[in-house]
Design a protein around this ligand. Structure first.
Ligand code: NAD
Ligand code: UDP
Length: 338
């Protein structure tokens, strides 16, 4: 019997890819998602990749009665908690909604887990908890000073989980700080499809390549970087997905709490991404260098050494593959799952 892993937010971008990695590793993912930022048709696509659709429950992670029922009726051995809101700008405009969903949601989930005696939890944190770091690559020990409500919501949950583990050493927790997840499953069947105009670079570039948008606006060309544009640590979503499986395996072996960066350890500039996408797609990406985006950090990338030494995990896919896989998904699904 495959162990059942509850995947909150499993219909979303990173969650759906993680379901593929879980199934490949012999786990049975059980998705709980309110479909607030995802499309139920992802399940058919997952069925085509995995062979059978993961089990799916439509519902909210803040619904304690629903969680209690799931933990009672299903033999859940661990939880990967992706469910949450992630748009930085929205979190500034509507902070309470962000704290309600991301912080309160995580508290309801951990209370239900505690009541059910399930104490293995992999939590989606973010490199945004570092804010504007003093230097790169950023180790996990760097100062934590998130610059917006979204980042603070992640740090609050991290703090609460650290306290929880101090209070009850039986917990097995991994706090995973993702850098910039991009790319798509190599089949081109699942990927990221943001609603409306994309905020993030890679979906915007893909939409220019496929002809949905005229040109990319490069947010700032006067940063102190090699080509003047912002630098980030882009990491392929399937590498991230495999990182979750590795973290789960580690937690199963050893109680405690680990905090790990999941990134490549390499920075790429906006123009590096544009050039790689042009190579992958054979299209010219029209762009215009505009002003800096308020709140943006010039350059940062992670130090993934701890994840490698503890989990034996490292990102294997490079920027060219990230762009090739994004392009396959974008070209085959210009309007997402619709
Ligand atoms: P996503 O929006 O594609 O996935 C999140 C999923 O959670 C969606 O399917 C949404 O419908 C669901 N959801 C939201 N609130 C819910 C609730 N209260 N109850 C049930 N379901 C709910 O986002 P993603 O990119 O896959 O991100 C997953 C997690 O990783 C999030 O916690 C996010 O903050 C974190 N993260 C993402 C990035 C990134 O750049 N994509 C970077 C760092 C961290
Ligand atoms: N960026 C850009 N144009 C866009 C979107 C993003 O130039 O339309 C830049 C942004 O300024 C940053 C990099 O691309 O330097 C990554 O931005 P993204 O929003 O994808 O991630 P984050 O800023 O959250 O790391």
């Amino acid at each position: 019997m495959s162990p059942t892993i509850l995947v909150t937010g499993g219909a979303g971008f990173i969650g759906s890819h993680t379901c593929v990695a879980l199934a490949a590793a012999g786990y049975a993912p059980l998705i709980l998602d309110n479909l607030g930022n995802s499309d139920v048709r992802v399940l058919d696509r997952l069925a085509r990749i995995i062979g059978t659709a993961p089990r799916f429950v439509e519902g909210d992670v803040r619904d304690r009665a629903l969680l209690d029922r799931l933990f009672r009726e299903e033999a859940i051995s661990g939880v990967i908690h992706f469910a949450g809101l992630k748009a930085v700008g929205d979190s500034v405009a509507d902070p309470i909604t962000y704290y309600q969903n991301n912080v309160h949601g995580s508290f309801v989930l951990t209370e239900a887990m505690q009541a059910a005696g399930v104490r293995t939890l992999i939590f989606s944190s973010s490199a945004t908890v570092y804010g504007d770091p003093d230097s790169s690559p950023i180790p996990e020990s760097a100062a934590l000073r998130p610059a917006n409500p979204y980042g603070r919501s992640k740090l609050m949950v991290e703090d609460a989980l650290r306290d929880l583990r101090r209070a009850d050493p039986a917990w097995r927790i991994a706090l995973l700080r993702y850098f910039n997840p991009v790319g798509a499953h190599e089949s081109g069947l699942i990927g990221e499809h943001p609603q409306g105009k994309p905020n993030n670079l890679m979906p915007f570039v893909s939409q220019v390549a496929v002809g949905l948008r005229d040109k990319l606006s490069v947010h700032g060309g006067d940063y102190p970087t090699a080509d003047g544009t912002g630098v980030r640590d882009y990491v392929h979503v399937m590498d991230l997905a495999e990182g979750h499986v590795a973290a789960l395996r580690h937690a199963e072996k050893q109680p405690g709490l680990v905090t790990l960066n999941l990134g490549t350890g390499q920075g790429a500039s906006v123009l590096d991404v544009v050039k790689a996408f042009e190579r992958a797609s054979g299209k010219t990406i029209a762009y215009e260098v505009g002003p800096r985006r308020p709140g943006d950090v010039p350059a940062y990338w992670g130090d993934p050494a701890l994840a490698e030494s503890l989990l034996g995990w490292r990102a294997r896919r490079g920027l060219d593959q990230m762009c090739e896989d994004s392009w396959r998904w974008q070209q085959g699904n210009p309007t997402g799952y619709a």
